[in-house]
Ligand binder design. Structure first.
Ligand code: GLY
Length: 423
């Protein structure tokens, strides 16, 4: 089978790496990909949000399945675009149609959905420019920290948590007056929840679902969970506190009601759902839904899937996931993200990367890299992710960190305590 993967990050490299192991994948294309994905298949230099360019790539390569890595094309309706096109409609797209992608594309939709179907999540209220006075009073009635969420996609920057009421009021005003454009025309103010986060993933064919391994993501840029939020600076899987008892609650109170709710809303959802959860005294709550795999969670969970990932994707397409097998590696995988100094703010690109040839016992997933004159150079804030197996979390971390120390470029930085809270 010929498969096209859309996206350019570490998640897409991990998907490509996993699919390249399937004996039934004959050709793999990654659009636009990065310096790492070119070792799994052929990169095609197009923007995944340009649907006409995607169509041309699909038709010219004879692609038989499209796997969408990031959320933006899904929220933009790429699946619907395929279904509406005579020449594309029989080519399956892994990822929901626009109606299902609203779970990630609109926080207002997602919160109302959770409320309607009794899915545990923090209390909240929604405001827009017409009720700023009430919004300010509501914010002032809460205790810190204050949680503000832009309704729409804001390149991962739309959730802001502040300790000072003055800063929170300033941020609220900035958001409602267009800080994130259309995305922050509506803002959710939400009760802060104290707990520990975990990312839970399922694949679903619209009827049944299979759990994928869970992961813990480390979102802050700095040591000890300090500094600004990033896309994620590391991840580990499995997560020890996501034990049978906790996962039973997650399935019963969150996953099943979500799938039931989607059905009741008339939304046929085929693809991946990423439940961003928080464990508050052993009770799971939803922080957010995403409609794709996480990054860097994918780099920790895909190496733990021993069975053929294509089989699961075909189960989604053929709506027979119930019959598909998934076998999971019991070992731990830890993933350390190596980033460019300054990320998630301003950073330099184009730095030559040294030491890739020295890595051993570790999978190197590329995120922000490209090739220039046969050499790998940095091309993004998150540059590489190193994933290592271990029989214990400690072993997995030790191997990943031993290898991280062998890699260098001007301005490399990474957190040195990923996973330590779980040891
Ligand atoms: N690591 C979180 C995300 O992918 O959204």
């Amino acid at each position: 089978m010929k498969i096209l993967i859309l996206g350019s990050g570490g998640r897409e490299h991990a998907i490509a790496w996993k699919l390249a192991q399937s004996s039934r994948v004959s050709s793999l294309y990654i659009a636009p990909g990065n310096a790492g994905t070119s070792s799994c298949g052929t990169n095609i230099d197009i923007n995944p949000e340009n649907f006409d360019a995607v169509k041309e790539a699909v038709l010219s390569t004879g692609t038989e399945m499209v796997v969408v890595g990031p959320e933006a094309p899904l929220v933009g309706g790429i699946h619907d675009f395929f279904l509406d096109d005579e020449r594309l409609k029989r080519i399956p797209v892994i990822g929901p149609q626009k109606s299902g992608a609203m779970l990630e594309g609109s926080k207002v939709f997602a919160k109302a959905f959770m409320k309607k179907y009794g899915i545990p999540t923090a209390d909240y209220r929604m405001f827009d420019i017409n009720n700023t006075g009430v919004a300010c009073s509501f914010l002032e009635s809460l205790r810190p920290p204050y949680v503000l969420k832009a309704d729409g996609l804001a390149a991962g920057k739309g959730v802001i948590i502040l300790n000072s009421i003055d800063e929170a009021l300033g941020e609220l005003d900035a958001m409602l007056t267009g800080k994130f454009g259309e995305a922050s025309k509506k803002v959710i103010i939400e009760q802060f929840m104290q707990g520990i986060e975990v990312s839970v993933f399922i694949v679903t064919d619209g009827k049944n679902y299979r759990l994928l391994p869970e992961a813990k993501d480390y979102k802050r840029a700095g040591e000890g969970d300090t500094g600004p939020n990033t896309g994620g600076m590391g991840s580990v899987s499995p997560v020890p506190f996501a034990n049978k008892n906790f996962m039973y609650k997650v399935e019963k109170r969150i996953i099943k009601p979500t799938l039931e709710g989607l059905k009741k809303e008339g939304i046929k959802y085929k693809g991946i759902i990423f439940f961003g959860l928080i464990n508050v005294s052993d009770e799971p709550y939803v922080i957010e839904y995403n409609v794709r795999l996480g990054d860097p969670e994918a780099q920790a969970i895909l190496p733990r899937i021993k069975s053929d990932f294509l089989d699961l994707l075909e189960g989604i397409v053929n709506e027979d996931l119930i019959r598909r097998k998934i076998s999971i590696d019991e070992r731990f995988v830890s993933t350390i993200v190596l980033a460019s100094e300054g990320y998630p703010g301003k950073y330099e690109k184009g730095m030559p990367v040294y030491g890739l040839d020295l890595v051993s016992d570790c999978i190197v997933f590329h995120s922000g890299t490209k090739e220039q004159d046969g050499k790998v150079i940095t091309n993004g804030g998150r540059v590489l992710a190193l994933s290592a197996y271990g029989n214990t979390l400690y072993d997995a971390l030790q191997t990943a960190y031993r290898n991280a120390a062998l890699i260098s470029w001007k301005g490399i930085y990474y957190r040195t305590e990923i996973g330590f809270d779980l040891l």
